[in-house]
Design a protein. Structure first.
Length: 199
């Protein structure tokens, strides 16, 4: 069952992660970055460059039990798998076009755990949680001027109505200059209702 960001942010595991990191331990959860298992340009380096100046604030806002009053400022919310392409290196989780083709040709193996999310009841729960909880969390962060970094990825993020709405709000409320926005996009659509991504 999915949990809210607030529930996750100070749950037992996250508190344990913070305690161990602040004690200087090497965490197994961090081996992908520590050992550069996937590539040499790892997220740790990226986030150190972007948020290294927040280290003192992080330490001061974290209690001995590992709980923190510091709120998230970086976002990687994938609103859906909506995508107009079926790129060879992709798959159904990241492309609705892939998913549609697999459904059309009865290619889904329902016994495999990685396909559970496509079952109608599960899909309905995910969609409801997305619409009622996840988007509300992000909307609150935007309204509170907390967003400093966002990774727009999908699916195809430039097809998300949410992308255009929240980026417009970020710019309109004067936060555009402080937000570092990254995209994983095929650039097949750069306009939405008369708005150009680059303008």
């Amino acid at each position: 069952m999915p949990i809210t960001l607030d529930e996750h942010w100070n749950n037992d595991h996250m508190k344990s992660v913070r305690r161990r990191m602040m004690a200087g331990e090497t965490l197994p959860e961090c081996e992908v970055c520590n050992d550069k298992l996937l590539n040499t340009d790892v997220y740790r380096t990226y986030f150190d460059r972007l948020f290294g100046h927040k280290y003192e604030e992080l330490v001061n806002s974290t209690a001995e039990d590992g709980s923190t009053t510091m709120r998230p400022v970086s976002w990687d919310y994938r609103f859906s798998n909506l995508c107009n392409f079926k790129c060879r290196m992709c798959g159904d989780v990241l492309s609705s076009s892939w998913e549609s083709e697999q459904r059309q040709h009865n290619m889904i193996n329902w016994a495999r755990s990685e396909n559970m999310w496509m079952q109608p009841g599960v899909r309905e729960q995910i969609t409801k949680f997305q619409d009622t909880q996840i988007e509300a969390e992000f909307a609150q962060a935007v309204a509170e001027h907390r967003v400093e970094e966002i990774y727009w990825v999908g699916g195809e993020p430039l097809m998300y109505e949410q992308h255009w709405r929240y980026m417009k709000q970020i710019v309109d409320q004067g936060d555009g200059a402080k937000v570092y926005a990254r995209y994983n996009t095929n650039f097949s659509r750069i306009k939405y209702r008369g708005v150009n991504l680059f303008k």
